[in-house]
Design a protein around this ligand. Structure first.
Ligand code: CP
Length: 323
């Protein structure tokens, strides 16, 4: 599998997604060992450039890099020369001049990872760009569903909430559909994007219709920082109409998985007893995120999918091409 950059789930066919998930399964085992470190990325330098706040994605990329013996450096806007007016392109080209092989980029603007990939030689991984995509989140979600259900194909997955502003929803819709799931989206009309009819999903504004019999109920955060007013009468109104509580969760399949990408607005899109209850796999998503990001970094660095050569992935990957 030749993975040069990871920009979008759109760029991955079903077979490539499954290769990443299978590679992640090999790495997941390493994370349960007493010594959680392998030399797979020794000699590879990764810069985590975060232009937007992050807890899960940033920490898990950094852990994934350290677990694989890469040299990881972190760049964030606060405390950098961005505050002196330096452009994104200049900033990243300066970082690249220090011989960085891979840039992991999170940015508030859609399309920034693609822009960077056109202007630098380092490989680029999209860690979430604006309202566009969050491919490693979708891959860790697919991994988590497959781990719990053994498959993706044929499952009914309901994605509930702020679809318009959600890069997570867009990446998940692409991944789930390519792997054969039936995807329903549930939201007030104001939080459904105009292009929803072209995404190949079932659409409803009625929570019960949307989650009835669902194998997975995937809740999205209301993205107050991206909403510019007028979408909802109030948070309370949203919680009363679309928030998942115990009674509503029972509309799904009896053992439905409850998922959320985080951070959660407890008491708005999800009640605490559901977030912390037996059907919730929210912390599994976070744990699996490290293994999935290890797999993406490994494959982008030229590593061979472990199953292809019948090994556990502890050998060094070739260095990224040309570096
Ligand atoms: N799911 C997710 O992207 O979380 P962070 O914003 O904390 O990285």
């Amino acid at each position: 599998m030749a993975l040069h950059h990871l920009m979008s789930m759109e760029d991955l066919c079903a077979e490539e997604m499954l290769t990443i998930l299978d590679t992640a399964r090999s790495f997941r085992e390493i994370l349960d060992r007493p010594i959680k470190k392998v030399p797979a990325l020794r000699g590879v330098t990764v810069c985590n450039a975060f232009y937007e706040p992050s807890t899960r994605t940033r920490v898990s990329f950094e852990l994934a890099e350290k677990r694989m013996s890469a040299d990881a450096v972190n760049f964030s806007v606060s405390g950098s020369s961005v505050s002196k007016g330096e452009t994104l392109r200049d900033t990243i080209q300066n970082i690249e001049a220090m011989k960085v092989d891979i840039v992991v980029i999170r940015h508030w603007a859609s399309g920034v990872p693609q822009f960077l990939a056109r202007h630098i030689k380092a490989r680029v991984i999209n860690a979430g760009d604006g309202q566009h995509e969050h491919p490693t989140q979708a891959l860790l979600d697919l991994y988590t569903i497959r781990e719990h259900r053994g498959r993706i194909a044929g499952l009914k997955v309901a994605i509930v909430g702020d679809i318009t502003h959600s890069r997570v929803a867009k990446s998940n819709i692409i991944g789930l559909r390519r792997l054969g799931a039936e995807v329903r989206v549930v939201a007030p009309w104001t939080l459904l994007p105009a292009e929803i009819g072209r995404l190949g999903v079932q659409v409803t504004t009625d929570l019960k219709t949307g989650i009835e019999g669902a194998d997975v109920i995937y809740l999205l955060r209301l993205q107050f920082e991206r909403q510019r007013g007028g979408y909802l009468p109030s948070q309370r109104e949203y919680a009363m109409t679309f928030g998942l509580d115990r009674e509503r969760a029972a509309w799904g399949a009896p053992d439905a998985l409850i998922m959320h990408p985080g951070p959660m607005n407890r008491g708005v899109e999800i009640q605490p007893d559901i977030a912390d209850g037996p059907q919730s796999v929210i912390l599994d998503q976070v744990a699996n995120g490290v293994a999935v990001r290890m797999a993406v970094l490994y494959l982008i660095s030229g590593g061979t999918p472990p199953e292809a050569v019948g090994m556990t992935p502890v050998l060094s990957a070739p260095h990224p091409a040309g570096r």
